[in-house]
Design a protein around this ligand. Structure first.
Ligand code: GRF
Length: 217
């Protein structure tokens, strides 16, 4: 299996707990992807150390003071030079240009800590609590030029405990993020995902149960 694993780049800006979940999942002998490269736009991203500790190649491409198109072109050139096939955004705090996104259509996914299409952007858990929702969660989706949008691959639902703070809700949701991101990447690397308009079909999975995981519902 090792020889055929798909080469994945993970793009980060910070802590890297989702990166860790992907690295751990990829240790399984039957996992169809390997984390070949970690790219950060910030030299102080904690996730870089984690990657290095695992012997994974890292690159820092500073974004500060750089034109968006120039930054994206640098990242794109690096990914292609390294033979990257699939891209995972994991806490990557940059909006990507439509040109960059177009070059990775169907091969780039993102994780977002809400049940999209609800609560996009930042301060997601504050938004959810403010809105009084009883259930929040997380989403893995294909990346399209619009922020936190794109065909949904997998979601996990998380009940919002009464009186929960944003930090508490973030912790609960993060636990589920770490479950669904490796699963979604597995399907992508196995070529089992078929984009059909706004929807994603998962070959070989029951339509409903395959695409929703609930933590405690
Ligand atoms: C996660 O909550 C992810 O959903 C969001 O940014 C956060 C990144 O956390 N896009 P980490 O760096 O993976 O720990």
């Amino acid at each position: 299996m090792t020889a055929t694993r798909r080469a994945v780049a993970v793009l980060i800006s910070g802590r890297g707990s989702n990166l860790r979940a992907l690295i751990e999942a990829a240790k399984a002998p039957d996992y169809p992807a390997r984390i070949a490269l970690v790219v950060s736009n910030r030299a102080d991203a904690e996730g870089l150390r984690l990657a290095r500790d695992h012997g994974i190649e890292t690159a820092v491409i500073p974004s500060k003071g750089k034109e968006r198109a120039a930054f994206d072109a640098e990242v794109d050139a690096l990914l292609r030079a390294k033979g990257i096939e699939l891209v995972c955004l994991a806490g990557f705090m940059r909006i990507l240009t439509p040109e960059f996104v177009a070059g990775w259509t169907g091969r780039m996914i993102n994780i977002h800590p809400s049940l999209l299409p609800a609560f996009k952007g930042v301060n997601v858990h504050e938004q959810a609590i403010e809105a009084g929702v009883r259930i929040s969660g997380c989403t893995v989706h294909f990346v399209i030029p619009e922020l936190d949008d794109g065909p949904i691959i997998l979601q996990a639902a998380v009940p919002v405990p009464p009186g929960a703070t944003p930090a508490r809700l973030a912790d609960l949701v993060l636990e589920q993020e770490h479950r669904i991101y490796p699963q979604a990447l597995r399907w992508l690397a196995e070529d089992r995902l078929q984009i059909d308009g706004r929807a994603v079909r998962i070959r070989g999975a029951a339509p409903a149960s395959g695409a929703l995981i609930s933590s405690a519902l």
